[in-house]
Write a protein that binds this ligand. Structure first.
Ligand SMILES: [Fe+2]
Ligand SMILES: [Fe+2]
Length: 427
């Protein structure tokens, strides 16, 4: 008996070193789908992207979906004379093999559901054979302008499981009917560590299965410095985890794109590379924009709020275009502080009644920088040291914004109103 005890103890001790990920909290996946995430596509009224992963060897992975019903699945399937439109459908996933570099191979599965009904609650599950996820819901966007809200989070990046889980949960509790969660980049700090991605999905929990995410490319998770200090593009783990639109400049698929969502043109820029191409692309998007509101999300701030940073090149390149077309709101991360400007045009404060742009930098994770005072005169609110989330409501001529602490106290808020004299653009 004693010998058996010693043997078991030895195996348990060894397993801490042998089983990859046990120390990190990440266990190699099997057949059960994990890291399930919804993503908004370029046609959000008709489509939904779903991505998940399993261990290798999972064949014929699929999404099963239908318009949501409160009737139980089996009772529904056995019902006679079921409405054929409401019958479940299957779509087979595209599979991508990813080598985690720690001896594990995983499969990332992705599907874009198409031909969905606008403004409709669907239910779906992902899996293969006898192994499936739970059924979960998502709602498609309305095909026309309609009030909605969304959540914006600055960089989560650090201590994702320990400190970021509560941000996701508090934000979801405050805005469970959010149309999407927009994250401003730096999802993880070391993108080559699979366990960090595991922690991100732990923090997001089942929220990413119910509310679609829109991810901005940060510098972390995008670049990897090798031992010689050479910077290489790092998409190896970032890209397979998500399925984002590819309607931006060539070479920036899934990192620079736009989504028209119920009266808002949301443009996601990639602050890491090909900025000139993006500037030209942006001019076209803004010159021909049928939406009432325009929001840009980019990781790197135009007016830095953290440490001794600044990005004058971004201002030189994009500011004239942003001013000319009066982009309403710019959501940014990277500086691990909080800053919200007055309404600005040409780098100067303009009255609320005039056309201009509000720039926000925020952070959701627990890493903070000191405040940068360089642009303090442009800031209505400037601070650091707080984990924050934002909820943004868009309702006709009014855009309402709240920044709240993770302990759910109001930290900052403002409203933007379209001047009454400015008619809504034709659709
Ligand atoms: Fe960053
Ligand atoms: Fe960051």
């Amino acid at each position: 008996m004693k010998r058996m005890f010693v043997f078991v103890s030895l195996i348990m001790t060894l397993s801490l070193f042998v089983l990859p990920g046990n120390l990190s909290g990440d266990v190699p996946p099997g057949a059960v789908p994990e890291r399930i995430v919804l993503n908004v596509t370029a046609n959000p009224a008709r489509e939904m992207a779903i991505t998940w992963r399993t261990g290798p060897g999972v064949k014929n992975s699929q999404v099963e979906y239908m318009i949501a019903t409160s009737m139980s699945y089996w009772k529904y399937k056995n019902r006679k004379n079921a409405d054929p439109y409401k019958d479940t459908k299957f779509q087979t996933a595209v599979n991508e093999t990813v080598n985690l570099g720690n001896g594990s191979i995983v499969l990332q599965h992705s599907v874009v559901l198409k031909n969905l009904k606008p403004d409709t609650l669907y239910q779906y599950r992902v899996g293969s054979g006898e192994t499936w996820s739970e059924w979960e819901h998502f709602r498609t966007a309305a095909a026309e302008e309609k009030p909605f809200k969304f959540i914006f989070l600055g960089d989560p990046q650090n201590e994702l499981k320990s400190m970021c889980s509560r941000v996701f949960r508090t934000a979801y509790a405050a805005a469970a009917d959010a149309a999407f969660v927009l994250i401003g980049g730096d999802l993880v700090t070391k993108p080559w560590q699979d366990f960090a991605w595991g922690e991100l999905f732990y923090a997001a929990g089942w929220i990413s299965r119910r509310v679609p995410f829109i991810l901005v490319a940060g510098n972390h998770g995008y670049y990897l410095k090798n031992k010689k200090g050479v910077t290489k593009r790092q998409h190896r783990f970032w890209r397979p985890h998500f399925t984002q639109p590819g309607n931006g400049p060539n070479g920036l698929e899934e990192t620079a794109f736009f989504i028209d969502y119920q009266g808002v043109r949301l443009i996601v820029l990639n602050g890491n590379e090909k900025l000139l191409e993006q500037q030209k692309w942006l001019v076209g998007l803004l010159a021909d924009n049928p939406n009432r509101w325009t929001i840009i999300a980019i990781h790197h701030p135009f007016y830095s709020t953290g440490s001794d940073r600044d990005n004058p090149a971004l201002r030189v390149l994009f500011q004239p275009t942003i001013d000319k077309y009066a982009v309403d709101l710019i959501l940014q991360g990277h500086d691990h502080t909080y800053g919200r400007t007055y309404k600005l045009r040409n780098g100067k404060i303009v009255p609320d009644s005039e056309k201009g742009t509000v720039y926000v930098v925020s952070v959701s994770g627990p890493k903070f920088y000191s405040i940068n005072e360089k642009h303090k005169h442009l800031m209505k609110k400037l601070g650091t040291g707080l984990q924050l989330y934002q909820v943004i409501w868009v309702d006709g001529d009014v855009l309402r914004y709240e920044s709240r602490t993770v302990t759910d106290e109001l930290y900052d808020s403002f409203e933007l109103r379209k001047p009454a004299a400015e008619p809504a653009p034709d659709k």
